[in-house]
Design a protein around this ligand. Structure first.
Ligand code: CU
Length: 351
């Protein structure tokens, strides 16, 4: 790089940082979502590419190399900054799962940044306008054995570290006295089946399923044990008590995902998949379908109310009509964590 290019380098650097600042300001003040988020990202990248191509290191061929390095670092910054991150964890295993998530992310980040920076460097040094010619190498067995071994140790190591939480959630039986709720997924809604005051589920069968008469789960009208059962589209569970869900699907594969619980499990037609967890904080949380299940998949979402135990017991013992009415009231009463935060902020502002 010649001396006469320094001014160009500095100009390029300042322009690029300015663009990045503008981009971060735009994202944080307008919080664009979906297609607008993608469009803003594309415009930003194109502008950065132009800046790099024209100014970076005073050589047009270097633009791509610098862009690669910049992108790798910018990606890492987005993760470290945690601007788009998990909501607060409310399940007993959330801290362990978050620790495992961070460990995995760090390992992947080291590999990703290392590889992208190396690629950018090679593009700059040996690209079509670089001065040096690349030489062919047939590889180095010792090096390959070394990094394959290192990779294997790291990946198997992280898997062993994480398997305890995994087993606890998916393989172990639910603890004695767990509250049982059946979940029946369908295109495109969640149905939750409660056993009522007798704590015994009425018999269900596919031939009794009738959406127009609101019998989504297929309760057998002839079974007396089902008389006090309730079918609703919002999940209500007690706080600090193990809950066992039985996940079923009527049509295609869906996936029950409650980000605040750090919990995700597929619902597969023909299978009764039992899972269990304990929620530790009262409130209203989001539940969504995490498996692309059809045209209205995006709309397959609902809420989970984590209720104080006495409030839950009261609700769970109610007959269907009263249950639904009370659930509607509770849904209005409780707020999502971000709604609660906003309400608190407004409260402090008016005071
Ligand atoms: Cu779905």
């Amino acid at each position: 790089m010649g001396k006469r290019n320094t001014a160009r380098d500095v100009t390029g650097g300042i322009l690029s940082l300015g663009l990045a600042g503008l981009y971060i300001w735009f994202l944080s003040s307008f919080r664009p979502s979906g297609i607008y988020f993608l469009m803003a990202g594309a415009v930003f990248l194109i502008c950065q590419y132009i800046v790099f191509s024209v100014f970076a290191l005073g050589k047009p061929g270097h633009g791509l190399g610098v862009l690669l390095i910049f992108l790798a670092v910018a990606t890492a910054v987005l993760f470290v900054g945690k601007w788009w991150w998990w909501p607060e964890g409310i399940s007993s295993f959330a801290p362990e799962l978050d620790a495992q998530f961070t460990r995995t992310l760090v390992v992947v980040a080291v590999a990703f940044i290392g590889a992208q920076v190396a690629l950018g460097y090679v593009v700059m040094r040996y690209g079509s306008r670089g001065k040096e010619r690349a030489v062919y190498s047939h590889g180095n067995t010792k090096l390959e054995v070394t990094w394959t071994l290192i990779t294997a140790v790291i990946f198997i190591g992280t898997a062993i570290l994480g398997q305890r939480v995994w087993a606890q959630l998916h393989l172990n039986e639910a603890p004695e006295g767990a509250e049982k709720i059946e979940v029946v997924a369908q295109q495109f809604q969640w149905n939750f089946h409660y056993s009522g005051a007798d704590k015994t589920f009425g018999r269900t069968e596919a031939r009794f399923i009738n959406d127009s008469s609101l019998n989504y789960v297929g309760l057998d009208p002839a079974d007396a044990q089902g008389n006090d059962d309730t079918q609703v589209s919002t999940l209500a569970i007690p706080v600090d008590r193990p809950v066992e869900l039985t996940l079923k699907s009527k049509d295609v594969i869906h996936s029950f995902f409650a980000p605040a619980l750090r919990f995700k499990q597929d619902a597969v037609p023909g299978l009764n998949i039992k899972v269990h967890f304990t929620a530790q904080k009262v409130g209203k949380y989001e539940v969504t379908c995490a498996e692309l299940c059809g045209q209205l998949h995006y709309n397959m979402k609902t809420f989970m109310l984590v209720l104080p135990q006495n409030q839950y017991e009261e609700l769970a013992a109610m007959k269907e009509e009263a249950f639904k009415e009370r659930l509607g009231e509770l849904l209005k009463e409780y707020k999502l964590p971000e709604e609660q935060k906003r309400a608190n902020e407004e409260q402090t502002q008016t005071n």
